[in-house]
Design a protein around this ligand. Structure first.
Ligand code: ADP
Ligand code: MG
Length: 326
């Protein structure tokens, strides 16, 4: 066991890596700079043991993921990470847990140049809350509501791996050991698409990060935009491990990929004339064009198995409703 102040000093007080922190961890409040002509984007996320992560999640991975989900929100606005705070509730203060948690948190913070400027430490059931702030040129935020009919719909990376890993860890689905390592990495160590979010500022008409599943999050874009969408299921980006696991049940694979959460990829819409300069500068295999924004307000599917995918069968995870993914 370590005392509160020793704990903060030892595990949550490292030198600033970014810019703009005037008074760091250790005073009554942090003081940061604000550049004239820039705006702040702020997001908060709470991870609760047993709800957002399994009890056997390695602490290093938890430190990583707690910040990754907030960086993903900043990316989805097109914001550049600046600083964050950490509210940590712990049953006991054990160095054997704090050390790897702090290492995982610090590694991703340094990788993305975001500074930990303060927090709070309390005793109770394991809960991690991070508030993160990023900056945007005035008026530069990419919102959910800007999609127009004819815009193409793009998705980064692959989807479904995290949901499949969770299903495997909860023994709801069998996955071969060779595949589980990669899938579990997607669940426990997602990499937020920060550089992509910045690159899409001024190009994407609407953007969101995938936390609740493709259909739920695309639903936010179409609702906010007052439009519909057509998704080509044959274009959904699925990893080799994912495809292998669902080789004999492609429809089940699509249902989980459409509904499963925790992907932390970016989903955006791009007006026709703006695709080429943007896409021309990206690694071609890392983004997929999965559909088009349509008139109306419905999400429709095309592709080989479209007729077999009913919206009602797509599992969705909602807190407090008691639904479980697949
Ligand atoms: P106060 O009682 O004035 O709120 P605290 O004793 O809670 O101050 O915290 C002392 C300092 O340590 C503050 O600068 C606070 O932001 C920082 N701090 C506390 N807990 C954490 C944490 N988990 N991570 C980072 N900084 C923390
Ligand atoms: Mg306090």
């Amino acid at each position: 066991m370590v005392g509160e102040f020793e704990l903060i000093d030892c595990y949550f007080n490292w030198p600033a890596v970014g810019r703009g922190v005037l008074i760091p961890v250790g005073d009554d409040a942090a003081v940061t700079m604000q550049r004239p002509g820039w705006q702040l984007a702020t997001t908060v996320d709470t991870l609760v043991e047993g709800v957002h992560f399994l009890s056997d999640c390695p602490p290093e991975a938890l430190g990583h993921k707690a910040l990754a989900v907030s960086l993903s929100d900043l990316a989805a606005m097109g914001a550049e990470p600046l600083w964050f705070t950490l509210a940590l509730t712990l049953p006991t203060a054990e160095p054997s847990w704090l050390e790897p948690f702090s290492n995982g948190l610090r590694a991703i913070a340094e990788r993305f140049g975001i500074d930990l400027v303060g927090g709070d430490t309390t005793r109770g059931p394991l809960t991690v809350t991070i508030t993160a702030t990023g900056e945007l040129p005035a008026g530069g935020a990419v919102r959910r509501g800007g999609a127009e009919v004819g815009d193409s719909i793009w998705l980064s990376g692959t989807i479904g791996d995290a949901a499949l890993a969770l299903a495997a860890l909860q023994e709801r689905r069998r996955v071969a050991t060779e595949q589980l390592t990669q899938l579990r990495n997607a669940l426990e160590r997602p990499l937020p698409r920060v550089a992509d979010g910045l690159a899409l500022r001024g190009t994407a008409s609407a953007m969101i990060d995938l936390s609740d599943g493709l259909i739920a999050d695309l639903g936010h874009i179409v609702t906010a935009s007052g439009r519909g969408a057509e998704i080509d299921l044959d274009k959904l980006p699925l990893s080799d491990s994912y495809r292998t696991s669902f080789a004999s049940q492609p429809v089940d694979g699509l249902l989980l990929a459409l509904g499963g959460g925790d992907d932390y990829q970016l989903l955006c819409t791009i007006p026709a004339g703006r695709e080429q300069p943007w896409f021309g500068s990206r690694p071609a295999d890392d983004w997929s064009r999965i559909g088009t924004i349509t008139a109306g307000n419905a999400i429709r599917f095309v592709g080989e198995y479209a007729a077999e995918i009913a919206m009602d069968n797509i599992a969705r995870y909602r807190h407090f409703v008691g639904e479980q993914p697949v």
